[in-house]
Design a binder for this molecule. Structure first.
Ligand SMILES: Cc1cc2nc3c(=O)[nH]c(=O)nc-3n(C[C@H](O)[C@H](O)[C@H](O)COP(=O)(O)O)c2cc1C
Length: 166
């Protein structure tokens, strides 16, 4: 089946959270990179695996397929501007972290976005080519929740947040 408007309409009905996936050490503008992704999910508990699906056309694709260590920040509801920022096509990669509060994750050195709901550090377990995306499977090295960060950011029908009931 080719991607027609009916398929897109169905995909848009699925509510997701929003993550920012990052590579590279904090402070190293040459290798660190980030991209907003909602095609993220947990995959396995033994071993603990997660997955993020990255488009071949995204500049982030080269970064995540070249590195072993990466991190995932699960955004909070007041971070839609951060999500929009790391989704902006053609943004200046050298300055993309300017003004973004971040800390270096302990195991990988990848940036974690401050104020996120939760975070994970991963080592690449496998790369699976799937159509025009690569499924990046990560073994979880470390994880944490930040209970002080409010509600999670959601995404539905092409917009942040849920539609109001009724
Ligand atoms: C809410 C949202 C979710 C997204 N999820 C994904 C995703 O899961 N995988 C992906 O490859 N791109 C995803 N994108 C698109 C990328 O963020 C975007 O194409 C990329 O950052 C563009 O940067 P570039 O110019 O470096 O390629 C998403 C965009 C938005 C707004």
């Amino acid at each position: 089946m080719s991607h027609d408007s009916q398929v897109r309409a169905v995909f848009r009905e699925f509510v997701t959270g929003i993550t920012v996936v990052t590579t590279g050490p904090v402070g190293d503008a040459a290798t660190r990179h980030a991209m907003t992704a909602n095609a993220f999910c947990s995959i396995s508990l033994d071993p603990v695996l997660v997955m993020v699906s990255v488009a071949h056309t995204a500049r982030f694709h080269a970064a995540i397929t070249a590195t072993d260590g990466w991190a995932v920040s699960i955004l909070a509801s007041d971070q839609s501007a951060v999500a929009a920022h790391f989704a902006r096509s053609g943004r200046n990669l050298a300055t993309q972290f300017d003004g973004i509060e971040q800390v270096a994750a302990e195991r990988t050195g990848a940036p974690l976005i401050r104020g996120s709901r939760a975070w994970l550090e991963c080592r690449t377990h496998d790369l699976v080519r799937a159509g025009d995306h690569t499924l990046v499977l990560g073994e979880v090295l470390a994880a944490g929740v930040n209970p002080a960060s409010g509600q999670p950011l959601t995404y539905h029908r092409g917009g942040f947040g849920l539609p109001s009931p009724g």
